[in-house]
Structures are given as C-alpha cells and as structure tokens.
Design a binder for this molecule. Structure first.
Ligand code: 6LW
Length: 508
C-alpha cells in the first residue's frame, strides 16, 4: 500500500466497521457505515488495496429491513459492525428509534442480505436496548454482543448504562443472560462503539468516548477473556483530535483491521471543518484511516489522523431505461425507485411530485452525498409538467434549493424557522440549475466560514446567479446532525424530468 488517502471514503460515511477476508487467495476488505433515515441503507464498500474503495451494495435494499419509513430524523441505521465467520458475513446494527438491535447475514457482502433479525432480551420481551453492537466469537463458539448501553426508547430514554455485553444464542437471536457492564473507558462521556479483538492470546476491548463531536477519542483495555475483566491501557486515549488544530477533527469510533503488507490499521470517523476556528464541517462525518503499531508492552499505538485528500472527481450521469441508477443515489425514508423512474420518458429520470416539499419527512428527493468541500452540481431539467429542482439537504429543517416551474425560478434557503427566497421569471421550462459550494473568502488568511453556496440557473445559455448563502447553515454542527450534505433533485408537484447530472469537486 503506497498511499493512505484521507478521507478514505468521502462524504457522510460515519461509524465505519471493516473486515478483511481472503477471496481466491487475495486479501479483500469490506467496510460498512451508518446511513440513518436514508435508503438504500448501510452501504458496503470493498477494497483490494485499502486505497481504492468501491461501493458494492447495501445491506438494506428492501422494505422492512429497517424501520426507516417512519423513523425520526437522525434515527435509523446507526453504527454497524461487520464480521466474517465460516463463509458468512455478519452485520449487527441498531435501527435507532426504528426496529431495534438487528443481525443481518449474507454470503456475498454486495448482497443480498437477510431481512434482519431482532436480537432479543433474555426474556424475549423485545430488542436489546443499546447502540453500536459488536459481534465476536470466543474460542468455544460462544457469541458475544457488546454494545453501548444508551436507552433510546421508553421512560428511561437517554439513560446511558456504559458498555454492556451479553452472550447470545445466534440461532434463536436471544440473549442468554442479563446485560453485564464491562469496561466503559477512561471517564469520557458517551462510551460507545465497542469492538472486541483477540490478539496474541489476549482480548482487547476498544471503544469510543468523549462524544462524536470535538471531544471524540478512541480508548482500549485488555483482559484474558472476552467477558472481562479488562485493564485499561495506560496511554488512553489512543487517538483524539481534541484540543488540537489538526485539520481532521472529531476522530473516533474506530475499528481495527490488518491492512495490506500485514500492518494494522484503524478506520474511524472524522470531520473536515473549514473555517477560522474549524467550526463548520459541511460534509458531515466521513471515514478516515490511520496506522496502528503494536508496542512491546502489548498495547497498540494509533497515529494521529493525517489529511491526505484524494484527487478531485467529475461525475456525469445521463439517464436511460437500460441503465439503472447506481448505488450512490439515495432517498429519504424511501427507496429512489419508489419516487422516480427511468421509463416515463426516454433519457430522463422522472420524479413524481406528491405535493410534498423538502420540509417534509418524506420528500420526493433523490440525491447523492456531497463528497468534496469545493463542489459544483448542474442538472438539466424539464419542468413543463411539474415544479421541482436541485437541492442540498441536511434534513427537513435545513436545506437550500433552486426550484423551477410555474413560470418562475426560485432560490430558497431554509435554515430552521428562517426561510429566504430569491425569484426570477422563467421564460423556458427546460433549463439548467446550478448549486456550487465555493471556497470561502479569507480575511487575513482565515476562512470566514466552511463554504458559500452559489444558487443559479441557465436559461437559453444565459446564466443567472440568484443567490449566495453561507454554507455554515448546512454543516453538521449548525444542523446538529449525524448525517451530512446530500445533493439531489426533487419534485414538489407534477412530473419533473431530469435529463442530465454533472457534479465535480475537489478538496483544495
Ligand atoms: C452512533 C454512536 C454515536 O451510534 O452516534 O455519537 C451514533 N455517537 O457511536 C450515530 O452515528
């Protein structure tokens, strides 16, 4: 491996879990991340060299696998663990405020994955409470689910019981004991993201603590049994960006794996805030990687996460009936295919409006994660039969868009309860819509925000800049969001035909 690109996977892909398997004698890595209220859910990326990562599929592609249709914003698919044993891939995850703690299996991680079975409490009364489940097998075949004891539902919602563990019967999907508390870190808030590893005859329990914001950290303990007791590492936290000026902040929620060249690596989440005080992370939490070195005392050392952006990209999409949408297209609490089709009109993706807007929990919106800090998206759109446009979405309270139809083109910024619009008459129903995220001006060398949105349209080859909006209003900090920016096309009413999509960006 020659280059550790960071981010390893651009755009909102938080809570990474990775597993190494051998396919035809070659090492292959599969990495799973959270997807919250979006479908398809729980993306699976594959790499053969830890440099190039390819989206190969999703765990949740069918109705009912997750309960996202009605889940609260920020709920849904939180923090998977992916592991492989005896030819079967196992993925455990909490469908937060949805179905509960789930176990999925597949023989091919690209899919098809199982429907997802609830992991029940010992008395069978319902899903285990808790998030960030890890799955591990003892030498005698005992299966342990170790998880963060955050209660999400009921009268005790919000209570945190620390890191807990149960042995489970994986055939019946039921706990064989009451949850036991195990090591919960070095005192940071929100101990979570536990992962168990058997290394050189010892069991290591690695967790995140400090919260997924600027205090985030990775800590570790070890013991002779997967049940504990665990002795804390003297040098905890192993890695954290807290109180540093590093360009990658919030580093935490790690998973260890043997990488190429048989070195160990830690994949973990981080953010790339770009403003004077590193305040605003436009893209949300992305997946990063950093080297791990096992020391003579048997403890691992995890290196600080270094930024090493990938080259810029350009994505051009033309739509055709015989070319299904690729897996990067996602929708909110619904699958893209349930909102739009490629058959109504040759050469176009047609979205069928339902009278909902982006303020709704289930908009007719199909989008892709914004993957670059400096970014430009242009769509060619026909609104002769409807009203819709191009939008950047954090959630139903935070989005900006350029909308066309009904004889007008309107730029709109929705920031919580604040809404501002800039409109112009529209002389044609076929036009280009543009949303650019441009690098902010610097004052005395300091960027005054994360970026600036430029919202515009081109009609009959004449480009009209409708508005500029400070990008801080669509950042994970301002929106207090677990997800990130998703840029997509939407329909409010009638049918909106999208004829082309061009997105290009870089991380300068
Ligand atoms: C994830 C947990 C967390 O389950 O956020 O803040 C949740 N920490 O580790 C969603 O990313």
């Amino acid at each position: 491996m020659t280059t550790l690109y960071n981010p390893l996977i651009n755009g909102f892909h938080p809570d990474p879990s990775v597993v190494r398997v051998s396919e035809e004698g070659q090492d292959v890595w599969y990495l799973a991340t959270s997807s919250f209220e979006y479908l398809p859910g729980i993306p699976i990326h594959r790499s053969r060299d830890f440099e190039t990562w390819e989206l190969v599929g999703h765990v949740a592609t069918r109705q009912g696998q997750l309960g996202v249709e009605s889940v609260r914003t920020a709920g849904g698919a939180w923090a998977p663990t992916i592991r492989h044993r005896d030819g079967v891939f196992h993925l455990v995850i909490t469908d937060a405020m949805g179905r509960g703690m789930l176990h999925f299996t597949a023989t091919d991680p690209a899919g098809r994955w199982s429907d997802g079975e609830l992991i029940l409490k010992q008395d069978g009364s319902g899903s285990l409470d808790g998030i960030d489940p890890d799955i591990a097998w003892d030498d005698d075949g005992t299966v342990y689910i170790t998880f963060s004891g955050l209660i999400l539902d009921g009268p005790d919602a919000g209570t945190h019981l620390g890191i807990q563990q149960v042995a489970v019967d994986l055939d019946r999907h039921v706990a064989l004991e009451e949850p036991r508390s195990v090591w919960s870190g070095s005192g940071g808030q929100f101990p979570e993201a536990p992962h168990l590893y058997a290394v050189d005859g010892r069991w290591y329990l690695m967790i995140a603590e400090g919260g997924t914001e600027r205090g985030h950290a990775v800590s570790i303990a070890r013991g002779d049994s997967p049940r504990g007791p665990f002795e804390t590492a003297p040098q905890n936290p192993l890695v954290s960006a807290r109180s540093t000026i590093r360009p990658v902040q919030n580093t935490g929620h790690g998973d260890l794996v043997i990488g190429p060249d048989h070195d160990w690596l830690c994949v973990l989440l981080g953010v790339r805030p770009r403003s004077m005080t590193r305040a605003f992370s436009a893209l949300g939490r992305e997946t990063f990687v950093t080297p791990v070195r096992w020391q003579d005392d048997g403890w691992p050392a995890i290196a600080p996460v270094l930024l090493n952006p990938r080259p810029g990209t350009r994505v051009e999409v033309s739509f055709a009936e015989d070319r299904p949408l690729d897996g990067e297209w996602i929708a909110v609490r619904a699958t893209p295919g349930s909102l739009a089709d490629l058959t109504s009109r040759p050469g176009a993706l047609v979205l069928h409006g339902r009278g909902t807007t982006l303020d709704d929990p289930r908009p007719v919106f199909v989008g892709r994660r914004q993957e670059h800090l400096t970014n430009s998206v242009t769509v060619r759109i026909d609104v002769s039969a409807g009203i819709g446009g191009l939008a950047v979405r954090y959630d139903e309270r935070f989005h900006v868009e350029v909308e066309a139809g009904g004889g007008a083109v309107t730029a709109r910024a929705v920031v919580g309860d604040l809404v501002q619009e800039w409109s112009a008459p529209l002389s044609s129903d076929v036009l280009l819509l543009h949303i650019d995220s441009v690098k902010p001006e610097a004052e005395a060398g300091f960027a005054r925000t994360s970026d600036v949105f430029r919202l515009g349209a081109t009609v009959d080859r004449a480009r009209v800049e409708l508005a500029e909006v400070d990008g801080r209003f669509l950042s994970s900090e301002t929106c207090e969001s677990f997800t990130g920016r998703v840029i997509g096309v939407y329909a409010r009413s009638g049918d909106v035909a999208v004829e082309s999509w061009t997105a290009e960006g870089n991380d300068e």
